[in-house]
Ligand binder design. Structure first.
Ligand code: TRP
Length: 468
């Protein structure tokens, strides 16, 4: 436990911001925030919040469908390589920058690299805006399905239902509702808002997902479901599309490439063993993604709905699965509500981290108060999200640009930054983690391997954009 913050305590969670609380802008940017920066209460709080950021919609549906479409176990091998060889080193890089600088992305990059790196920080913040805007639309849908499932059950004609609720007034309303919850939590601050939420809901998510996987194993469709999910098609390993999907997914799932983990790490003290914590986060993230696949496919195969899979990933989540839950009667309703509740929880803790990047930047760089930053920027993001909520094509395009271009490009820049620009990254990690032997390997991965692989990925992603 570290001593309570010397600042006036952050105002109550969802309390409306009061203008009188605003601090004058420091003008120079940064020093107010560094002197009295908020902090996590300890290791567990930080790790769970970071896992909360990583585990989200990306794990619970994007991963399993990508795996099934892209050659099952073959995709998994590429994905694990991307996660271990590229994702984890960059995860550690973000943690080192954030903890060392104790600022949001813009201030942190300037701290270690000079002013010329600030624009990259702005790109990160822009990516956060963009991702949260459409992420919240899908998250709003999960909230809708969870509550409707609970109160009224799942609808028989899931496809017609989805057409009705996935765009238009309904989608906009649920998106706005979800954003309101996110803003309320971020307003509460690092400890009372973000950390407390993660401490409560993340264990719940683990229990639900594990329980559902055990249940799914008892279903008749379990065997063929697993086979569909995991069967290895190694010819796919040579397909550049699979490579870019694996890389984009690794970044998206680990919340990498736009400063989310960097920002969370800026609330750490220097005693943390960052390599251990980065490994914990990455393994938890992969674990949930893998197990979620063990839930999804047995369910679908148990009801013979496999023909419905594959049109679109969003469709599979909101049409095929609700259809399955509906056909399973009472048990299906319980399973379905739990499944969507886990999705809501995962999406919420991820959305919080996306908003926190933008909010921390406004606090650090403009001297805004937290409630003001959360409210103003939350409303701005919510407004941008109305567009994808009215048009699923827009949503898909935003996802492609954000995931495959911004995040991969951001990861490339971060690898170069820590590998080549930052003065003594190894010294930074060693604070709190003395004498870990593979730091030289880490640096090599950042200097050479990650930039090369990511440059190839970026090339194919751009080519995909042009040909789309
Ligand atoms: N990782 C989250 C998921 O898998 C999404 C997410 C949260 C994210 N924060 C992020 C993605 C930052 C990219 C960057 O659903």
């Amino acid at each position: 436990m570290e001593p309570g913050s010397p600042q006036p305590a952050p105002p109550g969670r969802a309390a409306a911001p009061r203008r009188g609380r605003l601090r004058a802008s420091p003008g120079g940017g940064g020093f107010v925030a560094t002197a009295q920066r908020e902090q996590w209460s300890g290791r567990l709080g930080f790790v769970l919040a970071a896992i909360g950021s990583a585990v989200g919609l990306g794990n619970m549906w994007r991963f399993s469908y990508l795996a099934a479409e892209n050659g099952g176990a073959a995709f998994m091998i590429l994905y694990v390589f991307m996660t271990l060889g590229i994702g984890m080193p960059i995860l550690l890089a973000e943690m080192v920058i954030g903890r060392g600088a104790r600022r949001g992305p813009i201030g942190a990059l300037a701290h270690f690299g000079g002013r010329s790196w600030q624009p990259l920080g702005w790109l990160f913040v822009a990516a956060g805006f963009l991702i949260l805007a459409y992420y919240s639309v899908i998250a709003g849908l999960t909230l809708r399905y969870a509550l409707h499932g609970l109160l009224q059950g799942f609808e028989g004609d899931a496809a017609a239902q989805f057409d009705q609720v996935s765009t238009g007034v309904s989608a906009v309303s649920w998106h706005l509702g979800f954003m309101a919850i996110t803003v309320g939590i971020v307003m509460g601050g690092v400890k009372a808002g973000i950390e407390r939420t993660a401490l409560v809901v993340m264990p719940l998510l683990f229990v639900i997902v594990a329980g559902l996987a055990l249940y799914a194993a008892t279903l008749d469709g379990a065997g063929p479901g697993y086979a569909y999910y995991l069967s290895a098609d190694f010819s796919k390993l040579l397909d550049p599309r699979v490579l870019t999907d694996a890389a984009g997914q690794a970044f998206f799932s680990l919340s990498l490439g736009m400063g989310a983990i960097l920002t969370y790490s800026s609330y750490l003290d220097r005693s943390h063993h960052l390599p251990n914590e980065s490994a914990t986060i990455a393994f938890a993230d992969f674990g949930v993604a893998f197990v979620a696949g063990l839930v999804v496919f047995p369910l679908i195969f148990a009801l013979g709905l496999e023909a419905e899979v594959g049109d679109s990933t969003v469709g599979a989540l909101f049409i095929t699965l609700p259809h399955a839950f509906e056909s399973m009667g009472g048990a299906g309703r319980v399973v379905g509500v739990l499944f969507f509740a886990a999705l809501v929880v995962g999406a919420l803790t991820s959305a919080i981290s996306l908003l926190e990047v933008v909010v921390a930047t406004a606090i650090d760089s403009f001297g805004w108060s937290r409630p003001r930053a959360a409210l103003v920027l939350g409303v701005a993001t919510a407004a941008l999200g109305i567009w994808p909520a009215l048009d699923l094509d827009v949503l898909g395009r935003m996802d492609y640009v954000a995931g495959n271009l911004f995040l991969v490009g951001g990861g490339l820049a971060l690898a170069v930054f820590v590998g080549w620009i930052m003065d003594d990254p190894i010294g930074e990690v060693e604070t709190g983690a003395p004498g870990v032997p593979w730091f030289a390997l880490w640096r090599l991965l950042l200097r050479a391997v990650a930039p090369l692989v990511l440059a190839v990925v970026l090339y194919y992603s751009l080519a995909g954009l042009v040909s789309a």
